[in-house]
Design a protein around this ligand. Structure first.
Ligand SMILES: *Cc1c(COP(=O)(O)O)cnc(C)c1O
Ligand SMILES: [Zn+2]
Length: 420
């Protein structure tokens, strides 16, 4: 398997730990101080870092509501918060019928304050930035990260810089970043180019990076898994068998797996109870699917990417070294879907009352495909993650929905138009 140092229980608390928290390099295993210097990758080998704790929290340790219900599993007691998390787990009767999955639910992360799951990462990440005392926050973004960072940065009264791929970000997301007061730069390149640039700015000390390369963002995103598990247990008495999610930078994929490993370390989950992490990408941007299907050790960067699901229009998932082992260890898989299948799934979700942006619908489109391929059984308990709200991308929603019809301003005229 790709990365050797994912075993939480193998580690002793190091001297560099701060309040029982430290960072471990998943490639070389070196342990680093979490809040002394600003680091995003291992200074020794450039590997990805993961947060570690001297004790792992279980379900008895959680109280309250939202992301900070799970403070015992996070580096701090509280964050820069606008009440993120605690999102609904919906039943979706018509998609259950259409896919033949007897027990299907949708975890709608579009119901977070800025309309995507990115808020869960930012409430923790922006808190870390306060602790480090940095004065400018930055991210590259396909849109939702910039909306969330702009909002949480405003709340923390800290300057925010966002780099967006010009012409490839949905209107609602740019509007959010603008109103919350971020400095928005439209870069002549794709998301991966933007991330290259902002990473260099961060390395030069010009800004604190809050992309999902930042290990603390993923700590906040673990709470998606914790909520799904608690909600499923409350409603069905069991953990789900499978969680299906759209994959861009694979941050959520990595965060789900980390949450499961922590629950195993806490004694609240057996290894064979981990839900199968099942990633979905668009055909035009599917480097992680390629690696899973070919059994490769690592993901190869796609230079050219295209899909109407702009939130997952990403050619190099930075968290792949954490995500690939997670998909494999949980018995999951990854699948690519066409844009038309994504739009069909977006309409289907809307019919069940769940309004999502295109990337989110990829999860349901992927479930359809895996049912057709016989990979997912009818008797599995499945949760699909929908990552962002319908209003994020009003153009895609309008294009997928019905055309408005002009009508006169009187009742008879309206009935005429209706053909009644
Ligand atoms: C960021 C985002 C994704 C991708 O999530 P990763 O954790 O980067 O894989 C998917 N959908 C939406 C709506 C997003 O905003
Ligand atoms: Zn290292």
């Amino acid at each position: 398997m790709t990365s050797a140092h994912l075993d939480l229980e193998a580690e002793e608390t190091p001297d560099v730990a701060d309040d029982g928290v430290w960072l471990t390099c998943i490639e070389c295993g070196e342990q680093h101080a979490p809040f002394d210097d600003v680091i995003y990758r291992c200074p020794d080998c450039d590997g990805l870092l993961e947060a570690r704790y001297d004790e792992y929290a279980g379900f008895d340790d959680f109280e309250g509501s939202g992301v900070w219900r799970y403070a015992a599993a996070l580096p701090f007691e509280t964050g820069v918060s606008i009440e993120e998390g605690n999102t609904p787990l919906y039943t979706v009767p018509s998609i259950e019928d259409a896919t033949g999955v007897a027990d299907l639910r949708v975890k709608h992360e579009g119901m977070n304050p800025t309309g995507s799951f990115k808020d869960r990462g930012m409430t923790v990440g922006v808190k870390v930035s306060e602790r480090l005392g940095v004065d400018r926050l930055a991210c590259a973004s396909t849109g939702n990260t910039s909306a969330a960072l702009a909002c949480y940065g405003a709340r923390a009264d800290t300057e925010v810089l966002v780099l967006l791929p010009a012409g490839k970000v949905a209107a609602g997301k740019v509007a959010q970043a603008a109103l919350h007061g971020a400095r928005i730069l439209e870069v002549d390149g794709n998301f991966d180019d933007c991330l290259d640039v902002v990473s260099e700015l961060a390395d030069r000390g010009e800004a604190y990076l809050l992309n999902s390369l930042n290990p603390f963002r993923l700590e906040g995103q673990k709470t998606i898994a914790l909520e799904i598990l608690e909600q499923s247990k409350a409603e069905t008495g069991e953990y789900p068998d499978r969680i299906v999610l759209p994959v861009g930078n694979a941050g959520n994929t990595a965060a789900l797996y980390k949450s499961f490993r922590e629950l195993v370390a806490a004694g609240d989950m057996d290894e064979d109870e981990m839900p199968a992490i099942t990633g979905v990408q668009a055909e035009g941007a599917a480097p992680l699917v390629e690696a899973i299907q070919s059994g490769a050790e690592s993901v190869e960067r796609w230079e050219e990417v295209e899909t109407r699901a702009t939130a997952i229009r990403i050619g190099m998932p930075v968290n792949a070294p954490k995500a690939l082992p997670g998909v494999r260890a949980t018995g999951g898989t990854a699948v690519a879907v066409e844009d038309e299948e994504i739009t069909a799934a977006q309409r289907e979700l809307a019919q069940d009352g769940v309004g999502v942006e295109p990337a989110s619908a990829a999860s349901v489109a992927g479930l359809h495909k895996l049912r057709e391929q016989g990979v997912v059984d009818a008797d599995e308990q499945v949760v699909c993650l929908t990552t962002g709200h319908l209003l994020k991308d009003p153009d895609a929603a309008a294009a997928a929905g019905a055309e408005p019809v002009p009508a006169p301003a009187d009742a008879d005229g309206v009935l005429d138009v209706l053909g009644e």
